[in-house]
Design a protein around this ligand. Sequence first.
Ligand code: SF4
Length: 425
Amino acid sequence: MKFKLIYPKWAKLSRQTEFHLPPHGPVVFAATLPDNIDIDFIDENLETIDFDDDVDFVGISMMLTVQVKRGWEIADNYRKRGIKVIFGGIATMLHAEETMEHADSVFLGEAEGRMAQVLSDFNHDRLQPCYDFLSERPDIDLVGAARRDILNRKLYNFKGVQMVDLVHASRGCRFNCYPCAVSYLGGRVFRPRPIDKAVAEIAGIDNNRLFIVDNSLAQDTKWEMDLFREMIPLKKNWCSHPIEDNPEVLDLAAQAGAWYVYQAVFDTSDYIKERIKRYHDHGIGVEGTILLGLDSHTEDSIKRLIDFLLEIELDLAEFTVLTPFPHTKAYDELNKNNRILSRDWDDFSADRVVFQPKNMSSQKLQELLDYAWNTFYQDEPQRIKMARLFKQVVKKEMENNTFRPRDRSLTGQSFGKPVNRENAR
Ligand code: SF4
């Protein structure tokens, strides 16, 4: 069977850095398909879809809310040609009902152990409109190594430097933060993969630089320390979401190659200041993820927060505005109070204000987003700060003899920009 797996494009943001990371959802999904399926993967951010090619079944994988309208358009096009389309991925789960209007089938939940049934239904012309496994999570042991072989790897480079590869060692999260949909998507249960399997997958990736995309590594101290211990001999360098704030854990993380973390900075407390310092003391960089527009925010408090970020010497900062993605507490609350101003999912890019803030106009919050980017990067532009982080990783690689020079034959590739996530870590 020829299965075309498509990752829809989305409009790029003006403020983010110029590169595309290889997508993770499609390669994890591809690992759940039987070996006899011939997968043709298209990342539409980098390649053009040929709607006339010979294909039996189309899968559309959507991670972001800003992908859904384009995903629906692609599906409508194929279905007009008589080709069946199934949707999956995070944004499909967040927008299931609307997506069903454009699909032969939607798959909700995690696909491990389930695709043989779906494909059998397809082959017998009895595809179900919805496979809802959201509340029945598969055994985490079933998660296999992602199928990175379906990617056109030459596309994922920036000026000849290979992009990080994405990998996950766990699913779920114990927490339920206000703007985040992870508890709806994965349940409030932390589900670590067996360490030997996760480490074997990491070891097998032909790339020294990784992004460990787990929601938060700070969930289970013993598991986290065991994972880092096993990773030390691999000599990889990696970025991740938060690491537990514990000197022993941070020490092991550094030995295991922790390069930098994405850390939410939500206030100007001494705790945050010291947390950032502890990362730095262990040689781990910090990219702050800063969400603006909470009900506690005023114009003054946002300006104070930006000053604070400069004081604590964050290596990088990414600013977004609160965005009420469906199935979050933020959505429920703002919707109940009629504070959501747009239902156009293309506006839900996290850099456009789509709700009525409590202490200012939506326009003022939009201006403050610009103020935040401009002020933080005023004295030292983003590309200089990024170059400094990059030099750190090159230095580590030189020390352990894993450095690979850039491939100049790839420098003509086109570049895009990475994206916001549907949660706020
Ligand atoms: S923001 Fe992070 S820590 Fe909070 S619920 Fe989401 S994934 Fe978990």
